[in-house]
Design a protein around this ligand. Structure first.
Ligand SMILES: [Zn+2]
Length: 187
């Protein structure tokens, strides 16, 4: 049993690896120069209880997942477009990040809405909406929306959490809008 001979000298190390790592018998066999079956038999003889291998993707150890979580912690992160997310992750193209994104959503580690916005224009509009005290119409005009207001309503309908506008419509503004609507109706 020459093969076991090799193992004899490293028995303590193998015992330690079996008890403390989740390396497969095959991998351990390679490491100690014996067959997978030999490692298995050895483990059984010693009555070793192997540590459980964690199931599924290890988000805690995944660079992409960690980066996604980091981005998702920014305020109003569900309004960061997928283009920007990709750029920040250094993923130029492809759908490589999608698996990680969905895994994180499934486990509740990022918001369900995070990474679903595709429109760069909407991202731009919301970035203004969240930071500047401007009428919705003005923001819409800046980015080229006919009605940013209806975009907001649409997103609210989809379940996006859109807070009220920072811009406070005073009485004059309100009556101006009202009369404008009136005029439109008359036309
Ligand atoms: Zn990942």
């Amino acid at each position: 049993m020459k093969r076991w001979g090799i193992l004899q000298g490293k028995k303590d190390n193998l015992l330690k690896d079996l008890k403390e790592t989740t390396l497969t018998f095959k991998k351990l066999g390679e490491r100690y120069g014996v067959s997978r079956q030999a490692v298995h038999a050895f483990s059984k003889r010693q009555g070793i209880k192997r540590p459980l291998r964690a199931k599924g993707h290890q988000t805690g150890e995944c660079r992409l997942c960690q980066k996604l979580i980091q981005i998702s912690k920014k305020p109003h992160s569900e309004f960061i477009s997928i283009h920007t997310i990709r750029k920040e992750m250094g993923v130029k193209s492809g759908r490589k990040y999608l698996y990680h994104l969905q895994t994180l959503r499934d486990r509740g580690l990022v918001d369900e809405k995070f990474g679903r916005l595709h429109s760069k224009r909407a991202e731009k509009a919301y970035a203004i909406y969240f930071t500047k005290r401007l009428p919705i119409r003005t923001i819409g005009r800046k980015v080229g929306y006919k009605s940013f207001y209806s975009i907001i309503q649409w997103h609210r309908g989809l379940g996006y959490d859109v807070p009220p506008s920072l811009y406070v419509y005073d009485g004059r503004e309100r009556s101006r809008i009202k009369s404008k609507i009136q005029r439109r109706k008359q036309r």
